[in-house]
Design a protein around this ligand. Structure first.
Ligand code: SF4
Length: 295
């Protein structure tokens, strides 16, 4: 990766294909920590920050799209390199013609956000708070705070050690997308391959929402052809109801891209109608402010 560090972003871009919603490879710009992707949810180019270069996560979600995912923690982060890559990319996207050359659809030629969303859990990085501070400074130096949203995509399991970073994120108008796929212990064990502790997940969610604006993100899908059953639905609704007044809302999404994990063949998408109906039930039964559905 040394050449990529030292050459200009123009040279790196020469090898970059058009960005595509179907392709979320994290090496598209040839950088180490910064990767641009077209995001259907964010409707534009999301500048991803990947703090998990070694593809290690403390969870192992069955729908995870990270190839060769393994359990563990991220390697040490080179903060100076991360900052340089972000500064270079912002320069090219805002003052150069990066978007014109790499985004086919004119309506998507916009920066949608900067998102800590890597090949593992971002808050597991020891340098997480410092990384958020560097990214926040890059936005503030360009007066982009509050204009270009800063997002943290997290499984929420390490919120206690991420508090300082969350506070910085909140200061620059950022928000958290907090993963909560199921409300029952059995569902959490099966879907996220965690010990499954709904009370702890709720406490983490409430703590997070008290520091920074927080959306719950929920992946809902069928296993072996069966959608989550009535008990799983009830447990989920109960958990969301307990946090409904503190969170901004729920992003409900389906299997947008195939899982890269063992057993992927057992997972399938639910129909758009079923997803919308489930989203409406979440809204009605929990009192949450908003439910956005991406089937
Ligand atoms: S928390 Fe995210 S990165 Fe980790 S296994 Fe789940 S989907 Fe993959």
């Amino acid at each position: 990766m040394k050449e990529a560090v030292n050459c200009s972003i123009e040279q790196r871009n020469a090898a970059v294909a058009q960005l595509s919603i179907a392709d979320h490879r994290r090496d598209q710009a040839g950088l180490t920590y910064v990767y641009p992707v077209l995001s259907r949810r964010a409707r534009g180019v999301s500048i991803g920050i990947n703090l998990n270069r070694n593809r290690a996560c403390n969870w192992a979600c069955v729908y995870c799209q990270v190839e060769n995912l393994r359990r563990g923690m991220p390697d040490a982060i080179d903060l100076d390199l991360l900052e340089r890559e972000l500064e270079d990319f912002l320069q090219e996207a805002l003052q150069g013609d990066y978007l014109l050359r790499h985004v086919a659809q004119a309506r998507c030629r916009r920066l949608a956000d900067v998102a800590f969303s890597g090949e593992g859990e971002p808050t597991a990085a020891r340098e997480f708070t410092a990384a958020v501070a560097r990214v926040a400074a890059a936005l503030e130096n360009r007066a982009l705070q509050g204009k270009l949203p800063l997002r943290l995509i997290t499984n929420g399991s390490l919120i206690d050690r991420a508090r300082a970073g969350l506070a910085i994120l909140a200061r620059v108008g950022g928000e958290v997308w907090f993963k909560l796929d199921r409300g029952d212990a059995a569902g959490m064990k099966t879907v996220n391959q965690t010990p499954g502790d709904p009370a702890r997940a709720l406490k983490n969610l409430q703590s997070c929402a008290d520091i920074a604006p927080t959306w719950v993100q929920t992946c809902w899908f069928a296993t072996n052809g069966n959608a989550p059953d009535a008990a799983a639905e009830a447990a989920y609704l109960d958990l969301i109801a307990q946090a409904a007044q503190r969170i901004r809302g729920v992003h409900l999404y389906g299997l947008a891209r195939p899982s890269k994990q063992p057993g992927a063949e057992n997972l399938s998408r639910l129909s758009a109608a079923a997803m919308r109906a489930w989203g409406e039930r979440i809204r009605q039964k929990t009192g949450v402010r908003a439910v956005k559905v991406s089937p």
